[in-house]
Design a protein. Structure first.
Length: 149
């Protein structure tokens, strides 16, 4: 997991070949003006979902993992908190829903929680269990899906 400000994104662009494409797009746009929906970056290798949602309580936020994709979650507006736990420590997987590709949910509790401020991002690799969307009120965010393999 990586947590940082978009101002420092260039420091991690070499971690994955698609990170630079995502961060170049983010630097070129007025993020507040982006409408909800999918933005193509590089086909199935990298894309962004613009999401507007209402925050939920910690107890309602399930930990999730992905096998094929790394998430870059960028808060645009509102207040959001995330739960985190190492995938190796997750033991209580929920039955897999075959209609949901590349996502597994868990009933385990998070090891810790952290807030994200607008203009900051969190990168969740396949080894990171993460529980997004915790907060009160409206949350506007970007979720970049970047192929891990």
């Amino acid at each position: 997991m990586i947590i940082d400000s978009l101002d420092n994104a260039a420091r991690i662009e070499g971690v994955n070949p698609y990170f630079k494409q995502v961060f170049d797009f983010l630097r070129s746009e007025d993020l507040l003006r982006l409408e909800p929906g999918r933005i193509e970056i590089d086909g199935e290798n990298a894309w962004i979902n613009v999401v507007e949602t209402t925050g939920k309580e910690r107890s309602k936020a399930l930990l999730e993992t992905h096998d094929e994709y790394t998430d870059i979650q960028v808060l645009i507006a509102g207040n959001e908190e995330f739960g985190w736990k190492s995938r190796k420590a997750l033991t209580r997987i929920r039955p897999h829903d075959p209609s949901k590709t590349d996502i597994d949910f868990y009933d385990d509790g998070a090891s810790f929680y952290f807030p994200l401020s607008p203009g900051c991002f969190a990168v969740f690799f396949p080894e990171d269990g993460h529980a997004p969307g915790i907060g009160e009120g409206r949350i506007k965010k970007l979720i970049a899906k970047v192929r891990s393999r």
